[in-house]
Design a protein around this ligand. Sequence first.
Ligand SMILES: *Cc1c(COP(=O)(O)O)cnc(C)c1O
Length: 371
Amino acid sequence: MPALADVAREKLHTLETAQRKRMLTPLERLQNPYVMRGGKRLISFSCNDYLGLSHHPQVKAAAVQALEHYGTGVGASRLVTGNHPLYAKLESALAKREKTQAALVFGSGYLANLGIISALMGKGDLIVTDKLVHACLIDGALLSGAKLLRFKHNDTADCACILKQHRKEYRHALIVTDAVFSMDGDMAPLATLRECAEAHEAWLMADGAHLLSPLDTPVDIYVGTLSKMLGSYGGYVCAQKPVIDYLMTTARTLMFSTGLPPASLAASLAALEIIKNAPHLLHVPLKKAQLFTEALGLPKAESQIVPVILGSEYNALKAASILEKEGYLAIAIRPPTVPENTSRLRFAFSALHTDEDVLAVARVIKQRILL
Ligand SMILES: *Cc1c(COP(=O)(O)O)cnc(C)c1O
């Protein structure tokens, strides 16, 4: 048998040849939208802290206070001794915001999706997902052992067609979609998917990790993250009380992983409070994104996420490096995160980008990248 290090080296070489090797680059986030990378201050368009709440004085103060009072960690799984009282407060605030009966907080959005899908679905069940859903939804579906079928992106007719053809062979069926697609920024047709779910006796699950406002179409399972817009860390699910109670007692990523640090819970709570008192903030990132798409003549942004698709891995990496030299950070997104030949720069707009920042980066893209 070859040495493990040799196998790893060989595999890395293959990735490198395909320009798919990834690197961890040290990066210090300053107040949004600024970051320090390679000794240089850049304006970032690659952070999901869409409202800049990770550096908000009230959020930081709440985290510091919780840290002082309760220490750095909870020491065990929530089902053992790690269920800090702040969890109940946070879950009640989340359920209220999403207008559902109950909520359950997990260690991260990834852990939530992995745990939820594998707890609810199993062998003999059917999961139908959009082709472009986030990797953790696919991972959850694979882990569940259910049959996984995928419909064309945002194509509800294709979803209906798959269900029509295959639904009857399975016990339970679940339609899974991102609410806002993380790498494309477009929105799922949730109202139509809901009709489709009802017509074919399926449940509907939406992942709103990048959604800034509460969902307006009711779904059976709503998943969100505390790690993006709220600037903290963790994930959560909102659903009816029996679903939450069942997940609490069966989701393995909740059972077998330590609870979140109290400071993270307190930060999420403080961030939710800020949003509740200043709901207008939630609309600003989209405005910035639309200013950007207008400046570049791209289709009007549907969310705060805008892809500039460049095709090859090389083109995307080159574009990112041009921008970085000009003082802007937009990370190149390559397969397997996105499909083959759709490597891109993914722009994430924040309430703290100025119009000047947005127009200036658009100008560089127009003059140096899209030519
Ligand atoms: C980021 C993301 C997640 C994972 O959330 P984390 O809290 O970062 O683990 C899940 N779903 C989607 C669509 C995401 O973009």
